[in-house]
Design a binder for this molecule. Structure first.
Ligand code: PLZ
Length: 442
């Protein structure tokens, strides 16, 4: 795997106890003025980041296996993105595309039409956050079909706004105390091979039967699914599940929406995760990796669906901000130039080489995922979800200077989301320590 040239040393260095004195002082200030609902995971305040490292206020350098939750795929201070952003701000920071248009917005939509699956005519709308993209996909599907109901899946995650809270499966912490939630959102059974043992077609038949019996296709506007679930536990449906669902949607005038917010933009070794099984969604929601860390999201889809909302029906003050659009064009060109999808596949080989032997342990039920989106599901000796072990392993890794995130409804999945430009040495070092921490507790 080839490495890049980096601005910061690509080294793990723990100089102080964690958090160090400067970060501890910053934590005290945080506790006084930041709502307690926001509780950061890293025991350090970040002052710099590049390639595969995060540097904190005390000079500790962490291996970053989180990438700001799958955002900084091209690196957190990618040179091309930094240059595009600096140039962009010297011209104009904002106009609101709805008021005074500019070229970069159109150029991003052209790029999305080219990159997203399928060769049909496509159009896009640009927004700020993932949740906003999902909300807009639902609006578009409703306007297009004239129907109301929305189907999502067990373990799914789609955001924290009111409609997307209803679409998100996990209650605590995302929904606790925040209801009532939006109506007409239904949850279908997901394909989860480790736990249900079903092949893709059978799992899809179970889901479509539920939709027919409990909702009725005449009421159903759209099915929204993450091709590989993110927050829900990196659950990869059995092969055949997504194609069968998509075919059923097509037969029943139901809009098939792929939520590629976490899995998209080269993360899984392809531009979009649903390409793995040649699934062509009607609408795709994107965010995170799209703009090298700048807040940008998008819905791209069939032109006739995207044009269903009335003129003026979609928008927002900041959506498709010019700085974020210039950053996206730079980030996408980095992905193309360095074949970061290919690099994600090479990363998967290294991750599997180091982590797959752990499945011989009773505590590691499965290594799953694709590209640089791979996870370990940890269980007890009795095969039950082991959230306690997962938190212990993640905490031990952090103390050694590796930022690792967990996920899953049971909090028992360790997920890896390294930057797609991390050096091979750093990737291996972080994985070796993770493997040692799991072995020492099994
Ligand atoms: N759809 C598939 O993964 C965001 C959320 C972290 P926003 N995932 C990280 C947290 O605790 O808030 C996500 C996603 C999928 C939608 C979203 C929502 O994207 O940009 O966070 O709104």
């Amino acid at each position: 795997m080839h490495d890049f040239t980096y601005r910061l040393p690509q080294q793990r260095t723990v100089r102080t106890s964690l958090p160090g004195p400067r970060s501890s002082a910053l934590s005290e200030r945080r506790e006084a003025v930041v709502a307690r609902a926001l509780s950061p995971g890293l025991p350090g305040f970040v002052v710099d980041a590049d390639g595969g490292v995060l540097v904190d206020a005390d000079g500790n350098s962490f291996i970053d296996f989180a990438s700001g939750i799958a955002v900084t795929s091209v690196g957190a201070s990618n040179k091309k993105v930094a240059k595009a952003v600096s140039e962009s701000v010297t011209h104009f920071t904002h106009t609101s595309f709805m008021v005074s248009p500019y070229e970069s917005y159109v150029a991003v939509c052209e790029k999305l039409a080219e990159l997203t699956p399928g060769d049909h005519p496509k159009k896009s709308v640009l927004l700020n956050s993932g949740a906003e993209a999902v909300e807009n996909a639902v609006k578009i599907a409703r306007a297009h079909t004239g129907k109301n109901a929305v189907v999502v899946f067990d373990h799914g995650y789609h955001g924290r706004t009111n409609l997307t809270m209803a679409m998100t499966a996990k209650n605590k912490p995302y929904k606790t105390g925040f209801g009532p939630f939006a109506a007409e959102v239904y949850r279908a059974p997901m394909s989860y091979p480790l736990r249900d043992g079903l092949d893709g077609e059978t799992a899809a038949a179970r889901a479509t039967k539920m939709m027919e019996q409990e909702i009725g296709t005449e009421n159903l506007a759209c099915v929204v699914i993450e091709p590989i679930q993110g927050e829900g536990g990196f659950i990869e449906p059995a092969r055949g599940f997504l194609p069968a669902l998509q075919a059923w949607c097509q037969e029943n005038n139901v809009v098939f929406v792929a939520d590629e917010i976490q899995a998209g933009f080269c993360r899984t070794g392809r531009w979009f995760a649903c390409e793995e099984e040649q699934v062509v969604p009607d609408l795709v929601t994107m965010a995170k990796g799209i703009a090298g860390g700048l807040p940008l999201s998008a819905v791209t889809g069939r032109a006739e669906m995207m044009d269903a909302p009335v003129v003026g029906g979609l928008g927002g003050t900041y959506g498709g901000n010019p700085i974020a659009c210039d950053a996206a064009l730079a980030a996408i060109s980095e992905m193309e130039e360095h074949d970061l999808a290919g690099r994600a596949r090479e990363m998967e080989a290294i991750i599997r080489e180091i982590l797959e032997p752990l499945t011989e342990l009773d505590t590691v039920a499965e290594v799953r995922g694709r590209g640089a989106m791979v996870a370990l599901e940890l269980v007890t000796a009795e095969g039950q979800p082991n959230g306690a072990l997962t938190s212990e392993v993640a905490a031990a890794c952090k103390q050694q200077g590796i930022l690792i995130l967990s996920c899953g409804l049971d909090g028992n999945v360790i997920r890896l989301l390294p930057s797609l430009v991390i050096s091979e040495a750093l990737l291996r070092e972080g994985l070796d320590i993770l493997a040692t921490e799991i072995r020492s507790r099994s």
